[in-house]
Design a protein around this ligand. Structure first.
Ligand code: URA
Length: 233
């Protein structure tokens, strides 16, 4: 081999087919909470899903069967954020598939929405907290980068916050859900609506005027009216 052709082999100035290099090695991102997840890290939900299933940013990863990243329409105008996976969700890798999920589907159906077509459903934490306890602030914080990436990728116009964990950890509102449910909160060009968690409605089955279930039915209609308005723009 001549000296010139050897030099050619190491000629890095040829830019005819440049491949953009990610600023951060994505393989390194999820393993520890000391590594931030900057906005723009993920290019697809599948990629994020693979990371969540190998994530140890908090101890919830130790007991995980499946990370529950989310499901629904990746172009949905409405995102629903719950608290964290329960047992059935951990076993199946799907959000809201237990009794709470059945009720959530009925609530959506009451205004002719489906989880497949109209919404994307996910949670504050992607792995199941032991005994279905509330996620700690550290756990929610360690997982927040994933949720913010989901919001960036899906770009929903409306985000429904089911229960106080979602309300506190996503929009930082510390007031009780009973006080603020049904009221729009506007942040960064998006509308957030706190609503009761379906599990709370299962514990409070009354449908009387003013009951939590009755209020939920008012709230979901408010959401549907706003969604129709957004869709008709
Ligand atoms: N199932 C979920 O996925 N999230 C909840 O918050 C409750 C049940």
């Amino acid at each position: 081999m001549s000296a010139e052709s050897q030099i050619d082999l190491f000629n890095f100035s040829d830019n005819s087919n440049p491949t953009p290099q990610p600023a951060i090695d994505p393989e390194l991102i999820p393993t520890s909470a000391t590594i931030p997840i900057p906005l723009g890290t993920y290019s697809s939900m599948e990629q994020m899903n693979a990371h969540c299933n190998r994530c140890f940013r908090c101890d919830l990863g130790n007991n995980r069967t499946h990370a529950v990243v989310g499901e629904g329409n990746l172009n949905a105008d409405v995102m629903i954020v719950g608290e964290g996976p329960g047992q059935t969700e951990d076993e199946t890798g799907r959000p809201f598939v237990g009794r709470s999920g059945e009720l959530l589907d009925k609530i959506l159906a009451s205004v002719k929405l489906t989880r497949e077509q109209d919404v994307f459903i996910c949670n504050i934490v992607k792995c199941r907290p032991p005994e279905n306890r509330e996620p700690t602030l550290q756990e929610a914080d360690a997982c927040k980068g994933y949720l913010l990436e989901q919001i960036r990728m899906i770009d929903p116009k409306i985000i429904l916050l089911t229960g106080k964990t979602a309300l506190r950890n996503l929009v930082g509102v510390k007031e009780g859900i009973t006080k603020v449910r049904g009221q729009w909160i506007e942040r960064d060009n998006r509308l957030y609506m706190p609503i009761f968690h379906p599990a709370y409605l299962l514990r409070n089955p009354s449908r009387e005027t003013g009951s939590p279930k009755w209020l939920m039915w008012q709230d979901i209609q408010t959401v549907k009216t706003k969604l129709d308005e957004i869709r008709s723009r």
